[in-house]
Design a protein around this ligand. Structure first.
Ligand SMILES: Cc1cc2nc3c(=O)[nH]c(=O)nc-3n(C[C@H](O)[C@H](O)[C@H](O)COP(=O)(O)O)c2cc1C
Length: 369
């Protein structure tokens, strides 16, 4: 019988004290008309905080670039009205005893041109190259790239002012920051392109500027090897390469790395330490010495991309995720669909009510509350 107590140990990151190791994974909702988070949005997050989710990472919320999104119902993290909606959200989460950070997001070239809050705005990307390698725009100047980094920092400053407990930079899944990491979309020859260290420099610039903006507030960055157009893509194919990539982020002053993978039990380099070897978060912790967060199909039997094709997933055991946590392979576990489906998921796990854990119903994506 698996011992679930490691999930319920407190965790401290800089000054942020989290009551357990469970994070709600960032999940886009598209329920903020015109980019403005509603009172319902605040209630949705409060419900998770009331039910033992230690740390809530918000759905991706947009930095102040007009071409940042492809859906006008994604929440903005700028403008007085949008920030008032976020202020309501963090106040409600705090009233319920929770901790929360916004996930700061820019879709980069993943955005379909002509969409979002400002359809006429151009998309931003390191080299004007799409995820399939097609050149559709000019390469921005270094000054423009620095302004994008500052846009993350401006949002970070607002997060601090509003009272959030941490921030997360969305540096995964082939969105803007990840497009700098990835050779396919980054063909620059200046300080932001070329070697893996240089491709990590944009993220480092964002982290350094965010640090100036937030002072002692924890900065988390979410990264992934996989891209939305290619699940086999990898930024780093060896631990040596991964170490070079991540060292740039560590040196820039990031506090925690959130390693996005689809199945938490999968080894990152099975050719080195076997099929049961360290996962992505495990290798990241080993190579950087930083705390890490892992994620991927916790409490469910199939991975999340099916959710976008209308597929559900059966509840399943997550002993392996707990065992890895207990061994110190990583420090926190993010849970996506299971908590989307059921706001009481963490509370049920704490109480040992496993028979009450629900299957993930594909309809949760449009029905969730
Ligand atoms: C509806 C939905 C929306 C998502 N939106 C985001 C997002 O805004 N930012 C992000 O980094 N990941 C996003 N993801 C990925 C999740 O954060 C998570 O990594 C993924 O669902 C795997 O966790 P799970 O298997 O526990 O669901 C989303 C996933 C789902 C199902």
């Amino acid at each position: 019988m698996t011992d679930f107590s490691p999930l319920f140990q407190p965790f401290k990151l800089r000054g942020m004290e989290v009551k357990n190791r469970i994070a709600m994974a960032p999940m886009t909702r598209g329920r903020s008309p015109g980019g403005i988070p509603t009172p319902e949005n605040a209630a949705y997050y409060r419900r998770r905080a009331e039910n033992e989710v230690g740390l809530i990472l918000s759905e991706g919320t947009l930095i102040r670039r007009r071409g940042a999104a492809d859906n006008p119902n994604y929440p903005l993290f700028w403008s007085e009205e949008a920030l008032a909606g976020w202020k309501r959200t963090i106040d409600e989460v705090h009233a319920a005893g929770g901790k929360m950070g916004p996930q700061l997001w820019h879709l980069g070239m993943s955005r379909k041109p002509g969409t979002g809050h400002f359809p006429d705005a151009p998309s931003d990307g390191p080299s004007g190259i799409t995820l399939t390698g097609k050149k559709i725009g000019e390469e921005p100047s270094e000054a423009e790239v620095l302004d994008w980094a500052q846009a993350y920092a401006d949002a970070a400053a607002d997060a601090k002012r509003l009272g959030f407990d941490c921030i997360e930079l969305h540096g995964a899944h082939a969105y803007l920051i990840d497009e700098f990491f990835w050779e396919v979309t980054n063909q620059r020859t200046d300080r932001f392109g070329g070697t893996i260290e240089k491709r990590a420099e944009f993220a480092a610039e964002c982290i350094r500027r965010c640090r100036v903006a937030v002072g002692d507030l924890p900065i988390i960055i979410r990264i992934s090897q996989w891209k939305s157009t290619d699940y086999n893509a990898r930024v780093a194919t060896t631990p040596q390469e991964m170490e070079r990539w991540l060292k740039v982020l560590v040196d820039a002053g990031v506090d925690m790395i959130h390693c996005s993978q689809r199945r938490i039990w999968e080894a990152e380099f099975p050719e080195i330490d076997g099929e049961k070897g360290l996962n992505f978060a495990g290798w990241t912790k080993k190579l950087t010495g930083l705390p890490t967060m892992s994620v991927g199909s916790v409490g469910l039997t199939t991975e999340f991309t099916g959710a976008f094709r209308g597929e559900g997933s059966k509840a399943g055991n997550f002993d392996n995720a707990i065992e890895r946590l207990a061994k110190g392979e990583y420090d926190m576990v993010a849970v996506g669909r299971a908590i989307l489906q059921d706001p009481e998921w963490a509370k049920k796990v704490k109480a040992g009510d496993f028979h009450e854990l629900m299957d993930y119903d594909a309809k949760a994506i449009s029905n969730y509350f």
